[in-house]
Design a binder for this molecule. Structure first.
Ligand SMILES: Cc1cc2nc3c(=O)[nH]c(=O)nc-3n(C[C@H](O)[C@H](O)[C@H](O)COP(=O)(O)O)c2cc1C
Length: 173
């Protein structure tokens, strides 16, 4: 798949099957994350965690559902990639870095036929729960700045189509 096709076909999946992605695909997706543009090239301010332990996933899902009891903010995904950051050499750039890194990983996933979604809700779930932070193993000073779920869409999740331009553009020539 070429890059423009991956950009066009990536869509947020909100219902996953139990089928796990392969280790090789996970490694390729994490590699794509590590190739992202990062402000000041401060790669040391960032850490990626690939969570596939069902019990830990369930705990993150439950912690993230506190704002909406009964919901499942991880949508049953069998893999959650957690991005942690400490203050960068360029203050306040962390969430912009996260956008670049997670978008790279979602596009790599699309290229590999894997479904994904950028998740903000689980970031609060993790950051508000010291036990989760310690189970994830963040070093001192690191907090979660974004997460992304990976897997294969559940059979009953509607097939998502590519869309036309969704952001208004002004050309100034
Ligand atoms: C920074 C960021 C955080 C997001 N967090 C969530 C989330 O917590 N839960 C969710 O269901 N979707 C989340 N989304 C997905 C957006 O709702 C989705 O990208 C948007 O509706 C456009 O749909 P598309 O991704 O299918 O093109 C997030 C997207 C971004 C970029």
């Amino acid at each position: 798949m070429n890059t423009l096709d991956a950009i066009k076909t990536r869509r947020s999946t909100r219902g996953f099957s139990d089928k796990q992605i392969s280790d090789a695909d996970l490694e390729a997706i994490l590699f794509a994350g590590g190739q992202a543009a990062v402000g000041g090239a401060d790669f040391k301010s960032l850490k990626l965690y690939a969570v596939q332990n069902p019990e830990l996933l369930q705990a993150i899902d439950a912690a993230s559902a506190k704002a909406r009891p009964g919901s499942h903010p991880l949508y049953g995904a069998p893999t959650l990639v957690v991005l942690a950051s400490k203050t960068s050499i360029l203050p306040n750039i962390e969430f912009t870095n996260a956008g670049c890194i997670i978008q790279n990983m979602m596009l790599a996933a699309t290229d590999l036929g894997i479904d994904s979604i950028y998740l903000w809700m689980s970031m609060f779930g993790i950051n508000n729960d010291p036990e989760l932070i310690s189970r994830l193993g963040f070093p001192e000073g690191f907090t979660c700045v974004g997460t992304m779920a990976l897997g294969y869409a559940a059979k009953d999740f509607p097939k998502l189509k590519a869309e036309e331009q969704r952001i208004e553009v002004t050309y100034i020539k």
